[in-house]
Design a protein around this ligand. Structure first.
Ligand code: EPU
Length: 333
């Protein structure tokens, strides 16, 4: 069923006001294809919305906004080493992380990340030393331009830090319906993140205790979108050349730097924003969170221009102070 003039303010975790001209939900591929045929017949543009935790709604949306509701899980294959498990796009990411431990491991570090399974590959969600891409075998969905069902291998998804083909060539042209994960069956926890290493020195590390500890760390730093509107990290951690990082570190010895595989260096945007004076500082109805300067929060009445103004102020101050250009992590819808 297609609904008209649908309020999206409760469908995005920044709670920005916006309405969709048309709204349709689907519970399987055939319902999706029916919606896409209706859109093609009437020349409606189509956009996909998952949990709305990584989008910026800049105003009302013309055409049809569609939302996956299927949330099944199916074991496809198991060997002594791995389980291949398909999870459907509408399943809540955290519910999937908890369920996944029955089949294999690795996703524990990604507990409590807001959003859905279908959105996870788009920006290759990551936290505490793990990334979704480490465990994704393939991604299936329907390409809007051809209305054909396609399966992309992990290599074809071209995963990188908070990036994939779904943000590039396939942006706005692909509806993810399910993701196949390849999960190692042996629990070999990734504990390299500083606070996790400290915790694990004295804790009994099980998949469940790791999920609980990750959840505790997240709750201590990151605001709950149910209480304070936010979209997680608002900026990506910038990746700069080794030479630029070395220059910055000479001037600012405290600057956190993470050397990358190719020789570049990732910097902590939260540190740069805090040093630029924006931690806990507000501009109108939006501010940078008092406990984690990388997270933009609102008072619940903000509109897109409030967010855009703050984004530009933070970018300008970090650029003039450090010569580093910050890029937003959420995508304009
Ligand atoms: N820092 C500050 N001030 C701040 C925030 C951070 O000085 O206000 C410093 C910290 O002290 C630390 C460094 O910056 O030395 C890194 O901070 P943190 O470990 O909190 O992680 P992050 O780089 O700010 C990234 C991800 C998060 C993920 C955490 C943990 C990005 C854009 N963000 O944040 O992901 O949870 O690492 O792995 O990569 C998200 O993408 O929405 C997200 C929350």
């Amino acid at each position: 069923m297609i609904r008209q003039d649908y309020d999206l303010s409760a469908c995005n975790t920044l709670r920005l006001p916006a309405r969709a001209q048309l709204w349709g939900e689907f519970s399987d591929v055939s319902e999706l294809l029916t919606l896409l045929s209706a859109a093609a017949a009437s020349h409606w543009p189509v956009r996909v919305l998952g949990g709305g935790s990584n989008v910026l709604l800049a105003g009302d949306i013309p055409g049809l906004v569609i939302c996956p509701r299927m949330a099944g899980v199916q074991v496809l294959r198991q060997t002594a080493e791995f389980s291949w498990v398909a999870a459907e796009a509408g399943l809540s990411w955290h519910d999937w992380v908890v369920q996944s431990t029955a089949y294999g491991h690795g996703l524990e570090n990604l507990a409590l990340i807001p959003g859905t399974v279908g959105a996870a590959p788009v920006q290759n969600i990551g936290a505490y030393g793990a990334e979704a891409a480490d465990f994704i075998d393939s991604v299936t969905g329907v390409q809007l331009s051809s209305r054909q069902l396609r399966t992309l291998s992990a290599a074809e998804c071209r995963f990188a830090y908070r990036d994939s083909v779904f943000k590039r060539e396939l942006a706005r042209d692909f509806v993810i319906t399910r993701v196949v994960f390849r999960l190692p069956r042996q629990f070999a926890p990734q504990l390299s993140y500083g606070p996790l290493a400290t915790w694990s020195a004295t804790a009994v590390v099980t998949p469940q205790s790791l999920i609980e500890e990750i959840s505790r760390i997240r709750r201590s730093k990151l605001p709950d979108p149910q209480q304070i509107p936010n979209a997680g990290s608002f900026f990506k951690n910038p990746v700069v050349s080794a030479a630029q990082a070395a220059g910055l570190q000479r001037e600012h010895p405290q600057l956190p730097c993470y050397p990358q595989a190719g020789g570049d260096v990732k910097l902590a945007a939260g540190w740069l924003i805090e040093q630029a004076g924006w931690k806990g500082r507000w501009s109108g109805h939006a501010g940078m969170h008092r406990d984690q300067a990388l997270v933009l929060v609102t008072d619940g009445t903000a509109v897109y221009t409030d967010v855009e103004r703050l984004q530009q102020q933070v970018q300008a101050d970090v650029l003039s102070r450090f010569g580093v250009q910050l890029e937003p992590e959420p995508q304009l819808f």
